[in-house]
Design a protein around this ligand. Structure first.
Ligand code: GLY
Length: 394
């Protein structure tokens, strides 16, 4: 396996070593996951075939996280040029296209995560037309979730579900790049307009005055009036779920890149300040930012990996609040802490890249385990450091 580029100095060399170790694990996954999709999180340190769901057998492409495995394959291809990673990623495009055609578990906003990495990225990197077509179909499907009264994209549940109508979540920001891309590709501004309006609603209501965020927020589905914030995966409605805050940093920074709207840059910067100010001394976030140095609560390494991506995205921006040097320092400290304290043993078939994540503490799901999105964003952060010319899939 070819070594990726390095940043000078001991930290740069530790990150390059970490990238090589992570690549060994992705390489082992080529064999370990042949013929089935891995579960959202590890169990006792190993990914298993995804549980049967949505009328599909065990190991099928369901849920919101499968594309993070595809994304790792594409990062591995970009880092090494090894065609085995590219071929495996291309093979998955047909599976994602089929999933949408058969409408298997697609009533969710996470179509952005799924199709940006599972189909649009392969199209960007190889020109595969089925990837482009599936990406555009996914964007149309996502548009059906827009609630015109409130100008939000409904996060969870069927669009006719009264318990979810009028509700969205901070994670949704990461699904908006699919809509910006669809406008670029088709020349139809409606996708980008929907994304811009949705992001503006989150800027105004999901971000609190101190820069922390609600996990979810509710609008009156008839009048569109903003109602109140709640949590699903955080400690409390008024606490700050660490991963949600990380989605906020990254999602608003991406919105700025796609729109040039400085208020989104400012929202990302406020989220970043609040996140970094609440990190413990060793920099690895607890699962909720209510917990600090000395707590015995579990960490969520995946929140840290996502935040690195957001901070580096901010560092690459220019405008008030971007503060590139401070963002880059914060990102480096966070990434180095992940490399030192959370990197999983390399080359383990079915093992994670990053240990010590939490999926959902409240339901006891994936606590102190690896997870697919943590692995993806960890490898993305290492790739950003190794390949300065790397182009974001978001
Ligand atoms: N987007 C779901 C999660 O972060 O758990």
């Amino acid at each position: 396996m070819t070594a990726p580029g390095t940043t000078p100095g001991p930290e740069g060399s530790a990150r390059a070593t970490a990238a090589l170790r992570a690549l060994e694990t992705v390489h082992a996954g080529l064999t370990a996951f042949a013929g089935w999709w891995p579960s959202d999180t590890t169990t006792d340190g190993r990914y298993r075939p995804r549980a049967a769901a949505a009328g599909q057998p065990i190991g099928s492409n369901t849920g919101w996280t499968t594309s993070f495995w595809s994304g790792q394959l594409w990062l591995a291809w970009q880092l090494t040029g090894d065609p085995r990673f590219r071929d495996a990623g291309l093979h998955q495009v047909a599976d994602f296209a089929q999933r949408l055609e058969a409408a298997v578990d697609v009533d969710m906003h996470d179509l952005g995560f799924l199709y940006s990495l599972g189909c649009v990225l392969p199209w960007r990197l190889t020109g595969t037309e089925p990837g482009r077509a599936a990406g555009l179909a996914a964007a149309d499907h996502l548009m059906a979730r827009v609630l015109p009264s409130a100008g939000i994209v409904q996060a969870w549940g069927d669009a006719s579900d009264p318990t979810q109508r009028g509700r969205t979540i901070i994670d949704s920001l990461m699904n908006m790049p699919l809509l910006y891309w669809a406008s670029e590709q088709t020349g139809d501004p409606r996708y980008a307009q929907a994304a811009h309006r949705h992001t503006g609603q989150l800027r105004d209501h999901i971000v609190r005055s101190d820069g922390t965020t609600f996990h979810t927020f509710h609008w009156d589905p008839v009048t569109g009036e903003p109602l109140h914030g709640t949590t699903q995966q955080g400690l409390a409605d008024d606490s700050c779920w660490a991963r949600g805050q990380a989605w906020g940093i990254y999602g608003f920074a991406l919105a700025y890149r796609h729109t040039g709207d400085q208020t989104f840059l400012a929202a990302s910067a406020r989220c970043a300040d609040a996140f970094v100010d609440r990190l413990p001394e060793d920099h690895v976030p607890y699962w909720d930012l209510a917990f600090g140095t000395g707590s015995d609560q579990p960490r969520d390494s995946s929140a840290g990996a996502i935040a690195v991506g957001g901070l580096l995205e901010l560092a690459a921006s220019s405008g008030p609040g971007a503060a590139p040097e401070a963002r880059r320092r914060a990102a480096d400290a966070l990434l180095d802490a992940l490399v030192q304290d959370c990197a999983a043993p390399p080359g383990v078939a079915g093992g994670p890249l990053l240990a010590h994540g939490v999926y959902d503490m409240r339901s006891g799901t994936g606590v102190d385990e690896g997870n697919l999105w943590g692995d993806y964003f960890y490898l993305e952060a290492l790739t950003r450091q190794a390949l300065p010319e790397w182009v974001s899939p978001w």
